[in-house]
Design a protein around this ligand. Structure first.
Ligand SMILES: NC(=O)c1ccc[n+]([C@@H]2O[C@H](COP(=O)([O-])OP(=O)(O)OC[C@H]3O[C@@H](n4cnc5c(N)ncnc54)[C@H](O)[C@@H]3O)[C@@H](O)[C@H]2O)c1
Ligand SMILES: [Zn+2]
Length: 352
C-alpha cells in the first residue's frame, strides 16, 4: 500500500491500494470516533460500489445511512446541497458522526461542502472513484458547489480525515473520463516532475493502468506538497492552475457542453506552452513533447473558438486578481513558475 500524509492544519493520510474499497471500514474506523456514517454518492457510483463499501463498514460495526443523487455536474447545486442537509438532519447525524463521499469530484466537492457547514463542520472521508478525483479533487480541502452564475462560487476549505484511493474503481470509467483525469496528471508532470511526465508519456490510453498506482502516488505527492506550503491558495498553489485560466475560458465559451474540464485544460496547457515558445520562455521541444503526450491520451490541442473571445473570458476568471493575471509558465518539463502580468500583457502574450 502507498501512503502519503498531507501535513495541513489538520494532517491526514491518503492511502492508495488496489482493492482497498473492500477494507474501507477498517481504515475509516481508525480515524473516526463513531459507528454511525452518512454515505453520499451518485447513482452510477452507487450501482457499482456502494454495496462493497457498506459491507466493509458493516463488518467494522458501522450503521450506514445512504444518500444517492443523480450523477453529473448539475447536481453540484444549492438544491442538492439542501437535500443533503435534510438527509443528514433526518438521520440525526451529529457533529461526532462522519460523512463519506464516494464518487468523482462532484460527489467529493458537494459532500465536502456539506460536511464543512452542517452543524458548523463534521468529519468527512473521501473515497474518490474517478482519476481526476483520486489525483486532484479529493486532496487539498477545497470544497464547493456551483451557482447559476458560475462554478465553485460557494465553498470552504475543509480537509478530509482520510482519503482512500482504490485504482481498481477506474476500470469502470469510460475512456473519455480517464482522458479527462489524465490531463491533470500531465499537468502535475509539467509543473513539477519530469519523471512523472516520462511515465505518463511512455504509456497511452490503452495501457496506462499498468502504472496507475505510481501515477496516482506521484500526483498526490505533488499536490500534497504544494497544498502544505499554501493551504489557503495565496501563492504556490496557483501553480496547479497551469492551463486552467484559458481552460476555464474554453469551458465557458462552449457553455460547459462541448469540452470537459480536462480537455479544456489540455487546450489551455498547449496554447500557453506554444506561446511561451514564441516568447523564448521555453524550448520548442517542450511544446512538441506536450502535444505528443496530450494526443496519446486523446486530448485536444485547440478549439475553434476565436482566441480574442477566450482572452475576454479570461478576465472573468475568479482566479484573476482585478487587473493582473497569474500565468503559469513551464520553462522545462517539471519546472514551472508564476508570471504575474497585466491583462494587456496577457492579451499580447496570447496574441503573438
Ligand atoms: N476540490 C477540488 O480541488 C477540485 C479539483 C478539480 C476538480 N474539482 C471538481 O470536480 C468535478 C469533476 O470531477 P469528476 O471529473 O470526477 O466528475 P464527476 O464526479 O461528475 O464524475 C464523472 C462521471 O463519472 C461517473 N463515475 C464516477 N466514478 C466512476 C467509476 N468508478 N466508474 C464509472 N463511472 C464513474 C460519475 O457518476 C459521473 O457520471 C468538478 O465539479 C470540478 O469542479 C474539484
Ligand atoms: Zn483542473
Amino acid at each position: 500500500m502507498k501512503k502519503i500524509t498531507v501535513k495541513t492544519s489538520e494532517p491526514y493520510n491518503v492511502l492508495i491500494e488496489q482493492g482497498i474499497l473492500n477494507q474501507c471500514g477498517k481504515f475509516i474506523s481508525e480515524v473516526v470516533n463513531t459507528k454511525y456514517a452518512a454515505l453520499i454518492t451518485d447513482d452510477i457510483v452507487d450501482s457499482l460500489y456502494s454495496e462493497t463499501v457498506i459491507k466493509s463498514l458493516n463488518e467494522y460495526g458501522f450503521t450506514v445511512k445512504k444518500y444517492v443523487f443523480e450523477n453529473g455536474e448539475k447536481s453540484k447545486c444549492t438544491q442538492n446541497l439542501n437535500n443533503i442537509y435534510n438527509f443528514l438532519a433526518d438521520n440525526n447525524i451529529t457533529r461526532t458522526d462522519c460523512v463519506i463521499a464516494l464518487g468523482g469530484g462532484v460527489v467529493g466537492d458537494i459532500t465536502g461542502y456539506a460536511a464543512a457547514t452542517f452543524l458548523r463542520g463534521l468529519p468527512y472521508i473521501q473515497i474518490p472513484t474517478t482519476l481526476l478525483a483520486q489525483i486532484d479533487s479529493s486532496v487539498g480541502g477545497k470544497t464547493a458547489i456551483n451557482l447559476p452564475c458560475g462554478k465553485n462560487l460557494v465553498g470552504a476549505f475543509k480537509q478530509p480525515k482520510l482519503v482512500l484511493c482504490d485504482p481498481c474503481t477506474l476500470k469502470t470509467l469510460s475512456d473519455k473520463i480517464v482522458s479527462d483525469g489524465m490531463a491533470e496528471a500531465i499537468k502535475y508532470g509539467m509543473i513539477r516532475s519530469r519523471e512523472l511526465f516520462d511515465i505518463i508519456a511512455s504509456h497511452n490510453l490503452s495501457n496506462y493502468f499498468e502504472q496507475i498506482d505510481d501515477i496516482i502516488y506521484r500526483c498526490v505527492s505533488i499536490k500534497s506538497n504544494i497544498v502544505e506550503n499554501d493551504e489557503f491558495d495565496k501563492g504556490e498553489r496557483m501553480l496547479l492552475n497551469f492551463g486552467h485560466t484559458l481552460g476555464h475560458a474554453v469551458e465557458s465559451y462552449y457553455n460547459y457542453s462541448t469540452y470537459t474540464h480536462g480537455s479544456a485544460v489540455a487546450i489551455g496547457m498547449n496554447i500557453i506552452t506554444s506561446q511561451a515558445v514564441k516568447h523564448d520562455m521555453c524550448d520548442e521541444l517542450i511544446s512538441d513533447v506536450l502535444k505528443k503526450v496530450l494526443t496519446a491520451y486523446n486530448l485536444p490541442l485547440t478549439s475553434d473558438a476565436d482566441i480574442k473571445d477566450l482572452i475576454a473570458l479570461c478576465s472573468n476568471d475568479k482566479k484573476c486578481e482585478s487587473k493582473s493575471i497569474n500565468v503559469i509558465i513551464c520553462s522545462d518539463i517539471g519546472i514551472s513558475y508564476i508570471n504575474k502580468i497585466s491583462f494587456e500583457e496577457f492579451s499580447a502574450f496570447i496574441n503573438a
